[in-house]
Design a binder for this molecule. Structure first.
Ligand code: NAD
Ligand code: UFG
Length: 336
């Protein structure tokens, strides 16, 4: 199959690109403007897969960029990763987020329609659920995102749903990722935040490698096992595999499905610190600080829909997460 990856050089895009190439039966193109990634990620995927793929450098919001990509590559399906993802920044610059994520996605769907490409897998997020009314979150849980970033994901989901309903043979899989973490086993590709990390695991690994002094733990009086926030951490390798299954599902089916991608198990911040200390054999100094605004106490997925529709389930565990994140961090202490 011919698959276009918007945002293909990013953290999740690069790992998915590698899996698509390792599958051996796919022709792939990565479209990226490198606004939050490095061309080096694509060079490393090429080396690791020992296979060629096409790259187009450009902004996916530019109609002439998309037209030229679709005209030359003629994808059967699109995996749509491109967009902005920082919750805090989205509170300060909501219009930028609506333009990059929502307007950009409308332009992409318009281009797909004009070129007769009717299959899309979209990077959504568990953040669309908002405060839990019950746990685990299943796909029917009410949607109530609490920040502009989350609302862009919610609006795009609805737009895709309407678009699919308007087309005779379109299909979409809305993958609601929980917390993607870890790195490829090779340690050649991984998560490479451009600024001080917002997310727990890259922050911990930068403390372990000595780039940051200590971890701030945001709150220890949540109603969880040890008082710290509990999340469903999904290994990037498993997440990439879910995309391969989702593309196949989209190609074989019609309609729109939202599907959780998680492990179904929650891990607290303190449990993650301990697991990383064991994997790295380093101490992670930390201080307990106040709660981070907008954080929920617990978040984890019901994962039966992914098993039923995609035949997919997470295989890697917390030990794999910490081992591969540490391998990537030590091999690339300053990123790409
Ligand atoms: P990332 O920033 O590493 O990847 C996004 C890629 O898109 C980058 O390579 C960036 O350069 C590119 N890009 C951004 N704007 C672009 C534009 N206008 N034109 C072309 N390329 C553009 O992020 P990621 O962690 O790989 O996330 C991928 C997707 O998954 C995003 O849509 C994100 O919202 C979603 N998601 C991520 C997480 C997470 O925790 N990482 C969780 C839930 C959902
Ligand atoms: N945390 C700390 N210290 C840090 C960073 C995080 O204690 O320096 C804690 C948080 O309070 C939370 C947990 O670690 O309890 C996980 O925080 P992350 O920032 O790693 O992840 P979030 O669950 O807050 O958010 C992530 C992505 C969102 C996405 C969401 C989906 O950043 O974009 O998962 O569930 F929407």
């Amino acid at each position: 199959m011919r698959v276009l990856l918007t945002g293909g050089a990013g953290y999740i895009g690069s790992h998915t690109l590698l899996k698509l190439l390792q599958d051996g039966r796919n022709s792939v193109m990565a479209l990226d403007n490198f606004s939050n990634s490095s061309p080096e990620a694509l060079r490393r995927v090429q080396k690791l897969s020992n296979s060629n793929f096409e790259t187009h450098v450009g902004d996916y919001r530019e109609p002439n960029v998309l037209d030229s990509v679709f005209d030359s590559f003629r994808p059967d399906a699109v995996i749509h990763f491109a967009g902005l993802k920082a919750v805090g920044e989205s509170n300060e610059k909501p219009l930028l987020y609506y333009d990059q994520n929502v307007s950009g996605s409308i332009g992409l769907l318009d281009c797909m329609q004009r070129f007769g490409c009717k299959k899309i897998v979209f990077s959504s997020s568990a953040t669309v659920y908002g405060e839990a009314q019950y746990l685990p979150y299943d796909e029917d849980h009410p949607l109530n995102p609490t920040n502009p970033y989350g609302r862009t994901k919610y609006f795009i989901e609805e737009i895709i749903r309407d678009w699919v309903a308007s087309q005779s043979d379109a299909s979409a899989v809305l993958l609601r990722y929980f917390n993607p973490v870890g790195a490829d086993e090779s340690g050649e590709i991984g998560e490479d935040p451009r600024t001080i990390p917002n997310n727990l695991l890259p922050y911990i690994s930068q403390v372990a490698v000595g780039r940051l002094k200590e971890l701030s733990i945001f709150g220890n009086d949540y109603e969880t096992r040890d008082g710290t926030g509990e999340r469903d951490y999904i290994h990037i390798d498993d997440l990439a595999a879910a995309h391969i299954q989702a593309v196949k599902f989209a190609l074989d089916n019609r309609g729109c499905e939202a599907i959780n991608v998680g492990t179904g198990k929650g891990v607290t911040v303190l449990e993650m610190v301990k697991a990383f200390e064991e994997a790295s054999n380093r101490e992670i100094p930390f201080q307990i600080k106040g709660k981070r605004e907008g954080d929920v106490a617990r978040s984890f997925a019901k994962v039966t829909k992914a098993q039923k529709l995609l035949g997919w389930r997470a295989e890697k565990d917390l030990v794999d997460v910490c081992r591969t994140a540490w391998n990537w961090q030590t091999k690339n202490p300053s990123g790409y």
